[in-house]
Design a protein around this ligand. Structure first.
Ligand code: S3P
Length: 450
């Protein structure tokens, strides 16, 4: 449980970072493993589950809807599923904490069950748009009431079985896609989602492993059509969750920025719908190797070996953005230290993540002494060419785990430490982040709370 008072900290590099570490399980895959386990008939065993607050919110909600979800050891969990259509009405509101993925995916589950569920969340989640998922779920027969602006708190009254739907996603979103596919498991007929650009496909891979009738076809415009047949019957599985590439991104960029560093991060997911940051860093000149490629739980995995070195400015083609959508904050940090001007555009979606990541990153980078222009749809960053930034500022992470970790990493490349005003948000996705950075040789400084 996070302490009640803000916990300010700064990371400081006393020398090169070195060592071999593992990052916790993938957040997206962990949510999906618990949910599909809850919908299968029988016992699903999960190893390597991320025990971050977001995933624990999903576990608690599934328990409240009748599944048995038990922790057997660190990362080792069992889910006794109730079968598709078998979820029960929760007695109290489902507390989603900070987790957009829990909210949107569980709305999909609730939408095709005979129950009424209320979703509440923290201040950050309560600002995020839910209309994008409510609209297709309403077409499938659910009744959804939201706070003004399509936000939390909201209630879903499900329809069982739901009506099948064909839905063209206006904005690429794996959460919306997966919510519709999950609802489609308890629909009478075929539900299809057309995505303009491929987004993370963990849900599709896992649904196939659980025995759902699911297909994914490329579309002529570069998008993808995914269909699922309902009603589905899911078979319980034994799953292993690979390391989260979105978490690996932080020690990886830290190692690139701290001179003389050499770090190995073992067992990281490198699914092509998630590895955009690694590809962009390679194009920036990063010394980054993928060794021992293998498959874990139906997902491609590798050990990442990274060495510090100069980086060149970059841009990111729009089609690649979904494959690194959560990695832009840490990419902005890398760009601030690269040689040249990086123009990162077409990124309006970042304004509706756990915080407005364009505004918060622009403000924090500037406070650290970087030259940044904020545009409506992105940032333009003039890099230092490897020169450390002045630093010496205090950053409010605004309840956003990835903002907190991005500035923690940037502090390693500053002359004076950057204080992050609160480490608690980090627990949503990467509870062991600070100990891991210490294991690599960084120092965690805890200034007295103001
Ligand atoms: C996620 C999808 C992405 C991502 C989020 C996790 C998922 O969100 O930002 O952290 O697990 O499906 P969007 O679907 O809103 O792009």
């Amino acid at each position: 449980m996070a302490p009640d008072a803000p916990a300010p900290f700064a990371l400081v590099a006393r020398g090169p970072l070195a060592g071999s570490v593992e990052v916790p399980g993938d957040k997206s895959i962990s949510h999906r493993a618990l949910m599909l386990g809850a919908l299968a008939v029988g016992r699903t065993a999960i190893d390597g589950l991320l025990e971050g607050e977001d995933v624990l919110a999903t576990a608690a909600a599934l328990r409240a809807m009748g599944a048995t979800v038990a922790r057997r050891g660190p990362g080792t969990w069992e889910v006794e599923g109730v079968g598709v259509g078998g979820l029960l009405q929760p007695e109290t509101a489902l507390d989603m904490g900070n987790s957009g993925t829990s909210t949107r995916l569980l709305m999909g589950l609730a939408a095709s069950h005979d129950l009424l569920a209320t979703f509440v969340g923290d201040a950050s989640l309560s600002r995020r748009p839910m209309g994008r998922v409510a609209e297709p779920l309403e077409r499938m027969g659910a009744e959804i009431r939201m706070a003004p602006g399509g936000r939390l708190p909201l209630t879903v009254r499900g329809l069982a079985p739901a009506l099948p739907l064909t839905w063209q996603l206006p904005v690429p979103s794996a959460q919306v896609k997966t919510a519709i596919l999950l609802a489609g498991l308890n629909a009478c007929g075929t539900t299809s989602v057309l995505e303009p650009v491929p987004t993370r496909d963990h849900g599709e891979r896992m649904l196939a492993a659980f025995g759902a009738r699911i297909t994914a076809e490329p579309l002529p415009d570069g998008g993808r059509a995914i269909t699922v047949d309902g009603p589905a019957e899911l078979r319980p599985q034994a799953l292993r969750v690979p390391g989260d590439p979105s978490s690996a991104a932080f020690p990886l960029v830290a190692a690139l920025l701290v001179p003389g560093s050499r770090v190995t991060i073992r067992g990281v997911g490198v699914n092509p719908t998630r590895d955009g940051l690694f590809r962009v860093l390679e194009a920036m000149g990063a010394r980054l190797a993928r060794s021992a490629p293998r498959e874990v739980g139906g997902e491609p995995v590798a050990d990442l070996v990274v060495e510090a070195g100069p980086l060149r400015a970059t841009d990111v083609p729009p089609a690649l953005a979904p494959a690194m959508i959560d990695e832009f904050p840490i990419l902005f940090v890398a760009c601030a230290l690269a040689e040249g001007r990086s123009e990162l555009r077409g990124l309006e979606e970042l304004r509706v993540k756990e915080s407005d990541r364009l505004a918060v990153m622009a403000e924090g980078l500037r406070a650290a002494g970087a030259r940044v222009e904020e545009r409506a749809d992105g940032l333009v960053i003039e890099g230092t060419g490897g020169e450390p930034l002045p630093g010496g500022a205090r950053i409010d992470p605004r309840l956003d785990h990835r903002i907190a970790m991005s500035f923690a990493v940037l502090s390693l490349a500053c002359r004076a430490p950057l204080e992050v005003a609160d480490s608690r948000p980090i627990a949503t996705s990467f509870p062991g982040f600070l100990p891991l950075m210490e294991a690599l040789g960084a120092e965690v400084v805890r200034p007295a709370a103001a």
